[in-house]
Design a protein around this ligand. Structure first.
Ligand code: ATP
Ligand code: MG
Length: 358
């Protein structure tokens, strides 16, 4: 009976160890490996059988890890976590690992060794990096239109000095100021949407029934006015298509999808915007003949801050548009999908439920 009990207890512990999402290494008082779970074996790139009784410092070529274990064992306070990057055949990409070590106390408080938890923090580090990049991009995106607004405002304030008495010219300057202020407003609205999404709040919708085709025609006409370089081809169903949705938010969706198509496709190319009615949904797709994306890049486009090209020569943008678009579409009970071929072009398609009630 005692034997069965002991076996059961061991099984239980094994199951618990396996279910831990972190890597776990137990070492004895001489820093020799006693136990490792599956993830720890993967991270270290050795099996428990190979590692057992070996000194713990042979697991990772990272001195601070060993120093941490040694200082915890020596009862020293201080840095109780270290971080480093590992790369082995189990992983396609380098992983950032954070290690926490604590003492293992047996019965009567007797110290029998150490236990180290290895947490994979790759995703957090990647997010940190994108956030830092985002802050500098956001500052830059705000500064560019602001510089234009300030410059033209200064000219208009000192008309004599600058010799601009021509009312037509003054009007042109004012409309530039207006346009750039609108751009600033758009950026600030994106930032506010982002902070609402971060806080876990749904984007608040003000729904009312309206004709989506009319909105599409309006947005397309506005775009066509702004760009001479691209041809926008709009195909819409004959019938009236009514949605119960937030008109302003959908306008924001269309603005971003069309502006992406314009930004990432060469001058002279065609952008097709096609609306269809399928059963109880309205489906819209925006297709460009632009630079396209690889499957890996497509996977990340809905992540906030993500931009394929974040260099200083990249087209303007914060990398927020598509993540906000996805939230808006999903808040309406719809779906969004991206198909893209690198070097060929991209199609973004969303569906929204039709308005059923009268
Ligand atoms: P923002 O929309 O916040 O001004 P952005 O346009 O860079 O900035 P998103 O709209 O979220 O951000 O798009 C994210 C990234 O996805 C873009 O930076 C671009 O690299 C890629 N992308 C989006 N749409 C297309 C497209 N039609 N063709 C090629 N790449 C695209
Ligand atoms: Mg965009």
């Amino acid at each position: 009976e005692a034997l069965v009990d002991a076996e059961e207890a061991r099984d239980k512990i094994e199951v618990i160890l396996k279910s831990i999402g972190d890597g776990l290494i137990v070492a004895d008082l001489n820093n020799r490996v006693v136990l490792m779970n599956l993830l720890a074996e993967k991270l270290a790139g050795v099996s428990l059988n190979e590692a057992i009784s070996r000194p713990i410092q042979t697991l990772f070529a990272h001195r601070e890890f060993y120093d941490q274990v040694a200082s915890v064992l020596a009862g020293k306070e201080g840095a109780s976590e270290v971080e480093w990057v590992i790369m082995n055949h189990h992983f396609a990409q380098p992983r950032s690992i954070q290690a926490h070590t604590a003492l293992v106390q047996g019965q009567g408080g007797r110290i029998t060794g150490t236990v180290t938890l290895l947490r994979d923090v790759t995703r957090e580090r990647e997010l940190d990096r994108m956030k830092n990049e985002f802050i500098s991009t956001a500052a830059h995106e705000l500064r560019t239109p602001l510089a234009v607004v300030m410059g033209f405002a200064e000219i208009l304030l000192n008309q004599e000095e600058y010799g601009v008495n021509d009312p037509a010219l003054q009007k042109e300057y004012l409309s530039t100021i207006y346009e750039k202020s609108k751009r600033l407003e758009g950026i600030i609205e994106d930032l506010l949407d982002l902070s609402r999404i971060q806080a876990g709040l749904l984007i608040s919708l003000t729904k009312a029934p309206f004709d989506i085709c009319q909105l599409l025609e309006q947005v397309a006409a506005e775009f066509q006015q702004r760009t001479d370089n691209h041809t926008l081809e709009l195909t819409l169903p004959e019938e009236l298509v009514e949605l119960s949705a937030d008109r302003n938010k959908l306008e924001q969706v269309l603005e971003n999808l069309i502006s992406n198509a314009v930004k990432f496709s060469p001058p002279g190319s065609v952008i097709k915007v096609v609306g269809r009615v399928t059963e109880d949904c309205f489906q819209l797709s925006v297709t460009d003949e632009g630079i396209g994306m690889t499957p890996e890049q497509v996977k990340q486009v809905f992540d906030k801050f993500y931009r394929v090209d974040a260099s200083s020569t990249a087209p303007e943008g914060l990398g927020l548009g598509l993540s906000i678009v996805k939230h808006i579409i999903e808040a309406h009970g719809g779906e969004i999908l991206i198909e893209s071929e690198y070097g060929k072009g991209t199609t973004v398609t969303f569906t929204l439920p039709l308005w059923a009630g009268k």
